[in-house]
Structures are given as C-alpha cells and as structure tokens.
Design a protein around this ligand. Structure first.
Ligand code: ZN
Length: 424
C-alpha cells in the first residue's frame, strides 16, 4: 500500500473509533511541526516564539475556540540574553561542533579571540596558599576551565578573587554528561562556553573562540489564549495550560527542539481543544486553553497572566498544567497532589478503574512550571508530567523522533474523565 493511502486509512479508522478520540498521528504531526527548523526552538531568535504563537492561534481558530477579548494574544515584554550567532570553538586546531560538543552558556557575554588554557583546581577553594598563588596570575589572555559542579563555588569566591577570575578572556565549563542549557535575562560579565566532558581533549592547550550575543531588555512575546463557553455554567472555568516556548537557538546552526519540553504538553492542550469543541463534547462549564510564552525564562508568561488575568481568577474552579507529557512508562507525577487530596483521590480512582497509567505519584508545591503563579494566588491547580522514557532535556537531543508518546492516549483519557467528574 502506498504510504499516503496507508496513513489516510489509519487516520480515518482512528477518527471513527471512540477510544481514539484524540488522534496520535495528528499529535505526532503537531510535535514534528513545533520542533521543526521553522520554529527554531520557539524562542528569542528568528521569531521562533512568534511563529509558534501564530501556529497555535491558527489551531485555536480551526478548532472554533473564542478569544477572551479582541485577540487570542496577550503580549508582554521580557529581558533576554540572545545568542545570535552559532558559537565557534577550536581546540588545538580542531573545530568542535556547536550544539553537539558545546553550547554557549545562556548568560554568556560576547567575545572572540585566542587563549591559552588554565584549569581551576579544587584546592583553590579550600587551601589559602594555593588560592593566593593561583589568583596572582594574569588571566587576561587565559581561558579558565572548570567542571559544572564548581560553578556555584566560583560565584561565591571572595570579591578580589572573583574580580580576578572575571578578568579572564573566557570561562569554559565542562559538563559531565549531557549539555544542559536554559534562558538567561542578562549576560554575565565574561564569555562562557559549556563543553561536554567527552568532547574536551586531555591535551587541550590553545583555543580559539567566537561568541556573539545581544541583550534585549524588552523582548516582545505573547501568551495565546482561547476558550469554549460553558453551556450551563459559563462563569465557572476549567483551565488547561501548557507552555509553548522553549530555549530557542544559538544562531542558525543550533536550535533546541523541545519535543518533550513542551511540544508534548502543547499537543495535548490542542487535542483537548479539538475534543471539547465537538458538539457532542460541549462542556457545561467554560473551558479555557492558555499556552504560555517565557516559561523557560522563569515562568514569566504565567506570572504575567496572573497579574493581568483576562477573566477573574476566582472563577477558575480547577487548572491543569501540562508540561513534559511525552513518556509515561513509569506513570505520571501530580504536582500539588498533596494540596488537593480530594481531587488527587478522584484521579487515582479513575486511573485504577481504567488502568490508564502504571502509577500516579504526587508531590507538594513546586515552582517548576506554570501552575505555580496560579497556585500562589489560591487557584486550585495540578501540574502533570509523565515519568520514565527519554532523558533528553534542555539540549539539542530533545527531538520528536526520540519521544515515544508511550501513554499519551491514556493521559488524554485520564484528563477528560477527571474534568467530567470534577465537582464544580
Ligand atoms: Zn523546560
């Protein structure tokens, strides 16, 4: 059978079967799209976040969601340190590959040139004589190399030593395992590269590097919000949230796809939007769908929303935040499970009745995703993330191809059953 025809039949069968109310090929398509080069990591350069917001707006429109107010967009500004060109690093004449062997640290300053290597020894932190000798050197033509676990100790050095170490041309931080990056609001006073330990040659002596950044104090981004009015209780809201942003990229050659984090949760939210838009699933209460920007920059999108809500926060009966839903071999974590025991018990009873997930774990408050600013303002909220499977996180390996979507369908069923049984 021709692949297209085969795919078409699969899609038709899945759509016709009530068990597959949400459509896994479409979910995969959503995640493939959001992690593609056009969106460039959904943040901060080459309009990645703006393009993703437009894509979500189009999906909201197709699903028939209504905007709250005049537009689906809620704009705000944030400070961000952007790495605008792919970083370059040559060690002993050999080029390392950006994104694979190394990345620029999120808070790097710009810089370029040549430097010789000096290693920071652990004795510098606990032997006064060694420290004094070490810091008497001239670092201005040096690249200082130290492991990730020294980072905090470096920041806590006594002021004169810290000043000295910041006079170096470059800092190189060796990552013991995978590269792990983030988003920073502003640059450090020195250029910083993060290199995978396995890519760092033991005989490294001379390096050449180039890092180009731009600090934007008022970068404009946007949350995307749509809703379905309730048929009998329109003033009561259930809210589904997911951040659509990720870490963006470093120039043209490097971007962070963010398949699990959080194309997976965005895809789940879009499936829920499709589901509740169907005439047979129209909800009694209103359901709002919020995809946040700038979660990776420190929950800035959700913080902005809670400070500027489009409908009163008191009307939110429950909020479910979806972030990292691409696995599930080991079940799912329910953040705030211990704070809302009645709702957690409800989830557990549904889960054991239908055997959706191998286990539901719970934890208390955690400022680890967009539910948090709502929780802090008294909105009852859970944050779901699946457990097990891929470990790719905050690097170039969080790709769609490696995301198994093991329990995506089951999580979808659990969420819709939970929303149906919630006592509002
Ligand atoms: Zn993240």
């Amino acid at each position: 059978m021709k692949p297209i025809l085969c795919l078409l039949i699969t899609i038709l069968c899945l759509a016709a079967h009530p068990l597959f109310a949400q459509d896994i090929p479409r979910v995969r398509q959503t995640i493939d799209t959001l992690t593609g080069p056009y969106f460039h990591g959904r943040g901060y350069i080459f309009e990645g976040d703006a393009r993703a917001a437009t894509y979500i707006q189009d999906r909201f429109t197709q699903a028939g969601l209504k905007p709250i107010g005049e537009s689906y967009f809620q704009e705000f500004t944030m400070p961000v340190n952007r790495v605008t060109e792919s970083p370059e690093l040559t060690i002993n004449g050999r080029n390392l590959t950006p994104g694979t062997d190394f990345v620029a640290s999120a808070n790097t300053a710009s810089g370029k040139g040549k430097a010789s290597i000096v290693y920071l020894d652990t004795l510098v932190f606990n032997n006064a004589a060694t420290a004094q000798k070490f810091f008497s050197q001239d670092f201005r033509k040096k690249a200082i190399v130290y492991p990730q676990n020294f980072r905090k100790q470096v920041q806590e050095l006594p002021a004169p030593y810290l000043q000295k170490i910041l006079s170096a041309k470059l800092h190189i931080i060796l990552q013991p395992k995978e590269l792990l990056t983030t988003v920073a609001a502003s640059p450090a006073p020195v250029p910083i590269l993060e290199v995978k330990k396995t890519a760092w040659p033991a005989d490294a002596k001379k390096i050449k590097y180039k890092i180009t950044t731009h600090h934007e104090p008022t970068y404009k981004t946007r949350n995307v919000i749509g809703f379905i009015p309730g048929t009998t209780q329109p003033d009561s809201f259930i809210i589904f949230t997911a951040h659509y942003d990720h870490l963006g990229g470093q120039g043209k050659a490097v971007y962070f796809p963010g398949a699990n984090d959080n194309a997976s949760g965005t895809a789940m939210l879009l499936e829920l939007a499709e589901h509740y838009s169907k005439p047979e699933n129209k909800p009694k209460y209103s359901i709002a769908f919020i995809t946040f920007a700038a979660e990776e920059a420190g929950l800035l999108g959700s913080l902005h929303y809670t400070q500027n809500p489009l409908s009163p926060l008191q009307q939110i009966r429950f909020l479910v935040n979806l972030d990292l839903l691409g696995t599930g071999d080991d079940g799912m974590m329910v953040v705030n499970g211990s704070i809302h025991p009645t709702e957690f018990e409800l989830l557990k009873s549904i889960n054991s009745k239908y055997n959706y997930l191998p286990q539901l774990k719970m934890r208390g408050r955690a400022a680890n995703s967009d539910h948090y600013p709502f929780s802090e303002r008294g909105v009852p909220a859970f944050f779901f993330y699946t457990l097990g499977g891929t470990t790719a996180y905050h690097n170039t390996q969080d790709k769609s191809q490696q995301l198994p979507l093991t329990k995506f369908r089951e999580v979808f069923k659990l969420i819709t059953d939970f929303a149906a049984d919630l006592q509002l």
